[in-house]
Design a protein around this ligand. Structure first.
Ligand code: PLP
Length: 423
């Protein structure tokens, strides 16, 4: 390649070793049923934008106020992304630079907390996220973490208990948001509680951002002081994060993202976020978000009917948890067996789980990716049948082979990236 590498055309991969790996991963994504609640198939327009020459540009700072020359064009990229984000979420300030959801959260923490300040967040075991206070995470090491649980009977957030805990612990920040919670989160109730104890409220909508954008979950914007999100789960954009707040917080948040917790922004990713915001502004995205929830409810009902215990009894969003305790099998064993027939999901702790996160009593099932593929309620019934059969007949080799064939046939009927080749 020498110094001329900038001149070769893009019609062929030069690194054939990497080409082989990416080709294999493309085939895997096309040939398995993806039920991981945090994954999706982003559009080819988003993929193309992520792969653009915008990756070459250093742009520390913000539009119109950069530390490098030559930023006038990438300023247009970031301005466009911010404009579209604000239009979509009906906000007056957003920061589209966070590289990920955890980065977005960390920037908010840096903006309003000092070391040892108190955070009240959802227990990880009950659905919270590592970045909300796990002892190995920066939050657990530098802040004083109090957690709230779901009600042991209903497995739904007990807002009165959150209020009680807030009054006892007097946190500086309350976090509303989860990774594996299948019910609507009432941000207004969290706001009331935060106001009663004088705390800031951060809503982490990493999982439900696409549902909020598509009108399928109440919004946190205008209610929480800070909303953080990922752009790659239900939102179906590039891998990344963002922060939305009232513009009175703009300089505080901007400083906390850069130079507080990040260096140069990924301009190719910010451009891809802008493309995804535009996609989410189309009427079709509302239909997509509605179908995600319809599919989630259909698959959940199907498995419930077949004798599986669903945590909290059902779902209002894109995911649900199955408690496998009464089946005498762990989440680890089930997720491995399902993977062997081409059904990909993750083991997950359930509320009050006695097993550790590597084993778990549960599995988490989500429908954003299969919905992008165009599958509907009829297909959810088939998938429910395959999951149920596989769990109940996990020692029946011939039966599992038959399911693997059925899985292949189903995904082939709903192709993704069918015109995509790795040149
Ligand atoms: N917040 C919540 C609630 C999440 O579920 C996740 C990811 O699973 C994150 C934050 C972290 O996002 P990322 O992996 O982009 O850092």
């Amino acid at each position: 390649m020498g110094t001329k590498h900038g001149n070769h055309t893009l019609d062929q991969y030069i690194d054939t070793e990497m080409k082989k790996i990416i080709t294999k991963e493309l085939e895997r994504q096309k040939n398995q049923i993806i039920l991981i609640a945090s994954e999706n198939f982003t559009s080819q327009e988003v993929i193309r934008t992520m792969g653009s020459i915008l990756t070459n540009k250093y742009a520390e700072g913000y539009p119109g106020d950069r530390y490098y020359e030559g930023c006038n064009i990438v300023d247009e990229v970031e301005d466009l992304a911010i404009r579209r984000c604000n239009e979509l979420f009906n906000s007056n300030y957003s920061n589209v630079q966070p590289h990920s959801g955890v980065q977005a959260n960390t920037a908010v923490f840096l903006s309003v907390l000092n070391c040892n300040d108190r955070i009240l967040s959802m227990n990880l075991r009950d659905g919270g996220h590592l970045s909300h206070g796990h002892k190995q995470n920066l939050t657990g090491r530098y802040f004083d973490i109090y957690t709230y649980s779901v009600d042991p009977e209903t497995e739904i957030i007990d807002y009165e208990n959150v209020r009680k805990l807030a009054k006892i612990s007097k946190p500086k920040l309350i976090i509303a948001g989860a990774s594996s919670y299948s019910r609507i989160i009432d941000y207004k109730k969290f706001r009331e509680i935060a106001d009663e104890v004088g705390a800031f409220l951060m809503a982490d909508i990493a999982h439900v951002a696409g549902l909020i954008a598509g009108g399928q979950h109440p919004t946190s914007i205008g209610i929480a002081d800070f909303t953080t999100a990922t752009t790659h789960k239900t939102f179906r954009g590039p891998r990344g994060g963002l922060i939305i707040a009232d513009k009175k917080y703009s300089s505080l948040i901007n400083k906390s993202v850069f130079p507080g917790t990040q260096g140069g922004p990924f301009m190719h990713i910010i451009a891809a976020k802008a493309v995804a915001f535009k996609e989410a502004l189309q009427p079709a995205f509302k239909v997509y978000a509605k179908k995600i929830v319809e599919n989630s409810k259909a698959l959940c009902d199907c498995l419930k009917y077949d004798g599986f215990r669903i945590v909290s009894g059902g779902t209002d969003n894109h995911l649900f948890l199955i408690d496998l305790t009464n089946k005498n099998v762990t989440g680890y064993e089930v997720s491995e067996t399902l993977a062997s027939v081409g059904i990909i999901l993750n083991k997950n702790v359930i509320p009050y789980d006695n097993l550790n996160p590597n084993i778990t009593s549960g599995i988490r099932i989500g429908t954003p990716a299969v919905t992008t593929q165009g599958m509907g309620v009829g297909e959810m019934h088939k998938i429910g049948e395959y999951i149920s059969y596989t769990i109940k007949n996990r020692d029946n080799k011939a039966g599992l082979n038959d399911i693997a064939q059925k899985v292949k046939k189903l995904v082939n009927d709903f192709p993704v990236y069918s015109n995509m080749t790795i040149p």
